[in-house]
Design a protein around this ligand. Sequence first.
Ligand code: FER
Length: 308
Amino acid sequence: MKPIPIAMLVAMAAISISPGQDTPEQTSAERARANFARPIQLGPDDVKVFADPPDGFNLPRPGIPSGRVEVFAYDSTVTGTRREANVYLPPGYSPDRRYPVLYLLHGIGGNQHEWTGYIKAPAILDNLIADGKAVPMIVVMPNGRALPNDSPPAEIYAPGHAAAFAKFERDLLDCLIPSIQRKYSVQEDREHRAIAGLSMGGGQALNLGFGNLDSFAWIGGFSPAPNTRPPAELVKEPTTVRGKLKLLYLSCGHKDGLINISQGLQAFLKKSDVPHVWNVDDHGHDGATWASNLYQFAQKLFRSTEGG
Ligand code: FER
């Protein structure tokens, strides 16, 4: 047998490493640029599985009841500060009933206003609820950067900054969720708690969701970033995961250089027989894909359908 040339061995090793995951220590602007610049190769599973949302899906519609967004402040033992989240309360919110809760996380340059701002999550939710396409739910949009000063820094790809997104895990589980449950009328079991996010927040949602299946039964990752743990670390026991997840929703635009992260996870889920939704749309790393996938994901949440 002929020896395999060194160049080919190097190429094979590079391919076998799971695609592009970064630890906070490894993160840098240079690595982020390289991750976004990765060649995009689409396979047979990488297709759009939903029609585009109807015109106006993300615009306030006159004449329908609208929810409201409140600022919610809580004490964090992780940052040692009082932190703020935006909370969407559905139309007609009443303490006489209990609501399921979606925790919805932003990207590396964003904050608690990203989903309420240019992505227009409140209008998307109001429209779905008015049409009976989504169940009334509370949506908590925190600041996923667990630092005393949680404004986006000048260098968003600095290692310390990526580390703050990892530290948010304890802030969410130990501080924010209990505080939300004290203030609002919510269903407190795992089957009525979901976690989802975009990009850096997509990675957080996958890491937090899979890492805490006793707390979350519904998980959504939209264009997840290289902070997503490698698939075999996320899905340690496919059988347990299969039994616990109500929905795993994964999406990415086919113009997004980070798509290899989702593709690696999707291939692993398929191989491990873990039911999931995988939606590859025509967008890039942008608000259009996040609005459209929130529109799809929210319709599936807290309904009795199993898996994907
Ligand atoms: C990276 C590229 C992009 C990275 C994070 C991102 C942790 C996040 C992008 C976003 O949130 O939009 O290499 O490393």
